[in-house]
Design a protein around this ligand. Sequence first.
Ligand code: SAH
Ligand code: SF4
Length: 364
Amino acid sequence: MVKEILAKPEYSREDLLYFMKLTDNQQLQLLYDAAHEMKKTHVGKKAYYRGLIEFSNICTKDCFYCGIRKSSPQERYSMSRDEILEMALWAHENKYGSVTIQSGERQDAEFTGFVADLISEIKAKTNGELAMTLCLGEQPREVYEDWFNRGAQRYLLRMETSNKTLYQSLHPPTANHSYETRVECLKTLKNVGFQVGTGVMIGLPGQTPEDLVDDIIFYKKHDIDMIGMGPYIVHKDTPMGQQVIATGQDTPDARAQRFTYGLKMIALTRLYLKDVNIAATTALQALHPMGRELGLKAGANILMPIITLREYRRKYQLYDDKPCIDDDPSHCKNCLTGRVESIGDTVGFGEWGDPPHFILRRGV
Ligand code: SAH
Ligand code: SF4
């Protein structure tokens, strides 16, 4: 059955669901191998680095799952322009194709202006050679346009889940946590000209295999270029983390299952969308010591090494036990490069690694 479905040129929702519910390890391996083959055909066996700069944990939102939500007791920080610049230049010197600039969500003019200046300065200081991905939440169209015009090429805004009811259960019922706004923002980002990335959390309480399959179909429907998704991981000081712990849903078995769903999502997204970029995220690594290698072997082609200065890493804990918080950027680089090479892939040093999907889309 697995081989028959894999041989089809296009998969139906039922096919995706069949794989999503599959538990036999040997059969799952066939799925991962097929996705690795598909990656070779459409994007090559090369992993690209996006150095992750987590420059501030100040956030105006209160997502129930997140360790830096507004109501969390976490001590706050914002890096200075010079500190961020130092990390971006380090990424450039170390031949990372791009950086991802991430923080909590703020829409005030001080914040959006700070980011705008930063984009211009990184562009100038790296001769436009370092690609920039922004991961700074929902913003008005003018702000997205300004950031794009200054030289940021990519934007990552995770949908978190495409199921509206589930989305609402993850967020407070206030105007700044609206499902519709999130979808609108994805459309605006595409109109503005960004390479658009989205993704979901996998293994959320109440999430079904059907929801996950519908997330993959959502990516296709919205013509997404890049996917960044990973398992949901408990943060014990959050409302969702506490509920998951209290209801016995954070056992080793439950974590292992979330990890397997994470790999299945990567493989099925690769097989269904083919020519997009897909990240093997840090959250995968948090649940399994070989998480990122297994992600690459299941079809992912992007890694996001954290290059945040070590002194800030402990304060940017979206979830508990985040890996690499005691490492420094050069250690992360060597460690990851070893991991990539251990599975026979290579690192695309000094290359942007744009997704072929975007190149084709832009060419039309
Ligand atoms: N504030 C921005 C970017 C920072 S959060 C935004 O929300 O878009 C980046 C991502 O971290 C979120 O999209 C979410 O998917 C992920 N995240 C937050 N808490 C998490 C948790 N407990 N487990 C796994 N991923 C989490
Ligand atoms: Fe803020 Fe993003 Fe965390 Fe939500 S997920 S609380 S927007 S940092």
